[in-house]
Design a protein around this ligand. Structure first.
Ligand SMILES: [Zn+2]
Ligand SMILES: [Zn+2]
Length: 253
């Protein structure tokens, strides 16, 4: 199995440092997928419910594209570097974000749900909550993820961190496995991959295992991504993800 990491950021580190870390981990295909909320125009006009409070803002798509020239075709790199984005999905700004992203073509588009429909950050409000409320949050979150998979607002191939809500609530609803299976079936039908995310493996390894089970049952593809924001996190937990791929005989992108 070739070593792949399809989810990485450059808002807090230089692209050269991230690529050097990937090379050190013998990664063969490496995707840089900056948040669409780190671009000046959508950051101003969209009002994202979840953003990084610090880190580089790219004023234009060209400024971002120029970063990749620093790591392009360097002799002996031995690695494909994909130019990508992590694109937030929310019904309230679906069209606006789509118009921004679709100005250009991309090697790798991830789609993420970072906020509820009313704009609340899914990672906020963590801590002890009423289990009934926690269950409702999971149902809301997975409903938005199903909507994202059904949407063609951008031509994305991966739904990233499908169980990220675990950072906002530790309780899960009794029917979680059915909800994950439903998500995986939609992904399979839509020919989109669900991500085995390095950050989620740190935070909720049991849930990522349940996600892999659902992917296996539905026959949907998976994508491997560390979600690194710093060089030290490049390829984070990807050995664990590769073990899940082998355990469940999953198809990767
Ligand atoms: Zn994300
Ligand atoms: Zn990310």
């Amino acid at each position: 199995m070739i070593r792949i990491d399809h989810h990485n950021h450059i808002l807090l580190a230089e692209i050269t440092e991230m690529v050097a870390a990937a090379k050190a981990s013998e990664v063969r295909e490496f995707s840089i997928t900056e948040h669409v909320s780190q671009f000046g125009e959508p950051r101003m006009s969209v009002g994202f419910g979840s953003v990084h409070s610090s880190g580089r803002i790219f004023e234009t798509l060209k400024e971002y594209r120029d970063e990749f020239r620093k790591v392009d075709d360097r002799a002996g790199l031995g690695m494909k570097v994909n130019q990508g984005l992590e694109v937030d999905f929310s019904p309230r700004y679906e069209k606006k974000v789509g118009d921004f992203v679709n100005q250009e073509e991309w090697d790798m588009l991830l789609c993420s749900v970072h906020e509820f429909e009313d704009g609340r950050d899914i990672e906020k409000g963590a801590g002890p909550v009423d289990p009934a409320l926690a269950n409702e949050r999971w149902r809301d979150y997975l409903r938005l993820e199903r909507m994202a998979l059904e949407s063609d607002f951008v031509p994305f191939t991966v739904l990233s961190h499908p169980v990220r809500l675990s950072r906002g609530t530790k309780t899960v609803p009794p029917e979680l496995d059915e909800l994950l299976l439903d998500l995986a079936r939609i992904a399979q039908r839509r020919n989109r991959a669900l991500e085995l995310n390095g950050n989620d493996i740190d935070n909720a390894p049991g849930l990522v295992h349940r996600l892999a089970t659902a992917c296996s049952m539905a026959g949907c593809k998976v994508s491997l991504g560390s979600d690194a924001h710093h060089p030290r996190d490049v390829f984070r937990n990807m050995r664990v993800a590769m073990a899940l791929v082998n355990e469940f005989n999953l198809e990767t992108i």
